[in-house]
Ligand binder design. Structure first.
Ligand SMILES: NC(=O)c1ccc[n+]([C@@H]2O[C@H](COP(=O)([O-])OP(=O)(O)OC[C@H]3O[C@@H](n4cnc5c(N)ncnc54)[C@H](O)[C@@H]3O)[C@@H](O)[C@H]2O)c1
Length: 380
């Protein structure tokens, strides 16, 4: 079978899982890898048996490379993607699509002009858990969705990432770093968003790194680290969203969808769980099992009517980062649309900006872009 030749740019922390998962695929292979720091590219090439480590310019000139995989820091996403598109390559990027909305638009415009594809992480919505939730929703198990909540509460990445400074600079913070997982999950499950109301603040202007090798160094925080707000979807559904690097612990669920006939819930023990991971439990409670039936006589709860754990019926339940890239490579071969698309990533980017614009201006932000819900994966 034909394999799509990939040039991987950005050989940092996240590149490992991409090298590993691409090596398992029948439809894609890494031809060359590059990094601003050439030693990093060389090390990853040796570790993963890639024959060529080189500069980004050499990747762009390589005719065997059909697609550039962009794993650089957010501030470099737009430049790397636009250069790759101008060199005639399809692009797939880690999230967010870009830092500035105008750059996101430019990426889509250049791709359209050149007849090339743009794909973007997160692809966790293609994981077993969120695909199962999508099927449950589409099959009407909780009736008509009426509301949702999405909460990402943790105390930041300086406890584990070897170079965590960028998480507190423009293009990151909890909203741009973790928000894409939550907002992409909501949009791919529930459709486009119409308007956003947001609040954003910095609770701790400096953070101390506790991970190695930079332990003890201080980071000056440049972006909000606690962002809360509300999304109104085109369907009229309302979702409460919070992303925070300022919270030590909480009992909040990661994601819940409330329907006319019941509730779907994701509650992970890992504070970096939720729509950020591929697998995990799906909990469902139908209205017939609700504590509200016969209230107050039904208190305390009848254990027979606790939440149902729904078996996950789709693949990709472990760290499958790159499944969106593989679907895109298949879509190039099969000449069809891919699921983790630039349109979704742009809509999500506009929503992220909407939180800040609303917070700064003290009024709703009206979202201009729209996107289609991607096709569910087919069940075997
Ligand atoms: N680390 C994670 O767990 C994780 C998880 C999901 C997504 N991501 C996303 O992946 C991306 C990278 O994150 P990371 O944790 O691997 O960061 P990292 O800092 O470890 O690695 C990024 C690499 O990109 C290189 N780079 C930056 N600009 C470049 C340019 N213009 N040309 C070539 N190389 C360039 C840097 O030198 C660095 O080696 C970010 O967008 C992040 O949001 C990271």
């Amino acid at each position: 079978m034909k394999k799509i030749g990939i040039g991987l740019v950005g050989c940092g922390v996240i590149s490992d899982i991409y090298f590993q998962n691409i090596a398992k695929s029948d439809v894609m292979e890494v031809i060359a890898c590059a990094d601003l720091i050439q030693d990093k590219a060389k090390l990853q090439a040796e570790k993963y048996n890639i024959s060529k480590s080189c500069t980004v310019e050499e990747i762009l000139k390589d005719d065997n490379i059909e697609l550039v995989l962009n794993l650089t820091n957010p501030g470099s996403h737009a430049d790397v993607m636009i250069a790759a598109l101008n060199a005639g390559k399809h692009v797939y990027s880690e999230k967010p699509l870009a830092v500035e909305l105008e750059d996101g638009k430019r990426i889509l415009d250049v791709a359209n002009k050149k007849g090339l594809k743009v794909g973007c992480a997160p692809d966790t919505f293609l994981g077993g858990r969120l695909q199962t939730i999508r099927k449950i929703l589409d099959d009407g198990w909780i009736g008509r969705p009426v509301a949702a909540t999405a909460f990402m509460a943790c105390h930041g990445h300086e406890i584990w990432h070897p170079g965590p400074e960028f998480f507190y600079k423009t293009g990151a913070g909890p909203l741009f770093d973790m928000g894409p997982y939550y907002i992409t999950a909501l949009v791919t499950l529930l459709g486009s968003v119409n308007r956003v109301a947001g609040y954003a603040k910095i609770s701790f202007p400096q953070r101390t790194i506790t991970s190695e090798p930079l332990k003890g160094e201080i980071i000056d925080v440049e972006v909000p680290t606690h962002v809360a707000g509300t999304l109104e979807f085109d369907s009229g559904l309302i979702a409460n969203v919070m992303t925070s690097f300022d919270i030590w612990d909480s009992h909040l669920p990661n994601l819940e969808i409330y329907g006319s006939e019941g509730t779907l819930s994701i509650v992970d023990e890992d504070p970096l769980g939720g729509p950020n991971i591929f697998g995990g439990d799906v909990l469902l409670r139908h209205k017939d099992q609700s504590d509200w039936n016969g209230y107050p006589d039904a208190i305390p709860r009848n254990p027979a009517t606790e939440w149902n754990s729904i078996p996950v019926i789709y693949e990709y339940n472990s760290n499958s980062r790159g499944v969106g890239l593989e679907d895109m490579c298949n879509s190039i071969i099969e000449n069809r649309n891919h699921r983790a698309s630039g349109d979704i990533a742009y809509h999500v980017l506009e929503i992220l900006h909407g939180f800040y614009i609303s917070s700064n201006e003290g009024k709703y932000y009206k979202v201009e872009s729209k996107c289609e819900r991607p096709e569910l994966f087919e069940l075997d």
